[in-house]
Write a protein that binds this ligand. Sequence first.
Ligand code: GUN
Ligand code: ZN
Length: 433
Amino acid sequence: MSLQGFRGEILSLSNDPAEGCDAVRHDADGLLVVEHGRIVARGSHADLSLRFPGLAVERLEGLIVPGFIDAHVHYPQLDCIASHGEQLLDWLERHIFPAEQAFADPAHAGAVAGAFLDELLRHGTTSALVFGTVHAGSVDAFFEAAQARELRMICGKVLMDLGPDGLRDTADSGAAESKALIARWHRRERLGYAVTPRFALTSSDAQLESAGQLLADHPTVLLHTHLAENTREIAEVAARFPQAADYLDAYDRFGLVTERSVFAHGVHLPDRSCARLAESGAGVAVCPSSNLFLGSGMFDFAQAERHGVRLGLGSDIGAGTSLSLLHNAGIAYQAGLFKGYRLDPFRALWLATGGSARLLHIDGDVGMLAEGQEADFVVLDDKATPLLARRTARATLEERLFALQVLGDDRAVRRTYVMGQCAWDRDGLRCAA
Ligand code: GUN
Ligand code: ZN
């Protein structure tokens, strides 16, 4: 029996609502028809059930949305969440670099990668763009764990030849190891590779140049790094690259700003950077809970929208405070208000699904629950807590979605499906997970 049916309330975004088109796709009583893990039909149950007589249908209680797509996260920092007391550069020195050194041990990397992916599924996240550590083995461990769970994941070895003792590669070793990892993992099943210089301050000019060369030699891999997160970081980048017009330009000079480039944060961007991002097709992974936790600042949604910058949503664990993209969407709304921007709940859902998918160039396969896409989806429970139940009683779809973003987190994820198979069941009814 290769055809499966899933009946319930289905919601997705087929485009960025900020672009003004009719982006919301909502089936109040809908049906997803899945064959070999892919969606072959979607529509109202009344219409579609006639087209598929005899289809075995599973009824799902809740709101079915695409699996969330985390556009920026560090798996090795899973156990660093809630590290107290510092802004970015001191936080890295005091908390993060010591923790990342342990990933020289492949057994440690494998254990954390497995725990991280299980946590993602519990939070409704089915795809992500992920930092490893400087150790090539950390990326092997991650891809092995993702492959075992049949997840669509993108990861890369961190390039950092100016990193601290015990956490440094060289321009040559970084390039050679990246090449070998690309050959081993890129486009293998559902996996993809991202060339991953940590940020401008931890790579020499020679290493940034070799990263540009890797991109030129492998046109289908992504570039993944950090950009303009913290004011002290930005001042240090300006001092290191006096010729560069701004932080983004320091990357641009090495061929690192392309339509396949994903920059995390972009909290403090001059208009020139936004215009260049939009022109190049590169985009920003907005990381609201991280920006709040490290005191970095608030992302300027209005500025990005004015320039037409491509956006996705990231948890940025361990600086972020929750793997839940529902929770991060709620924080994004609150951060947006500080800059006079009212993030629409449908747009927030877009950022966590199709927007991130587009940013990561996986929107052909996931993010919209469209016919032909892979059946990665989440069943949300808008009555998961007594307070959510009170707030969503008699509410409109938009109000329910907003309540899920402000009050919801992993508790609101009833089930997570990967390729049409249940991979997480909160209530332990459907799959062992
Ligand atoms: N900039 C360079 N490295 C990091 C990191 O690990 N986390 C965050 N949030 N910013 C960074
Ligand atoms: Zn980060």
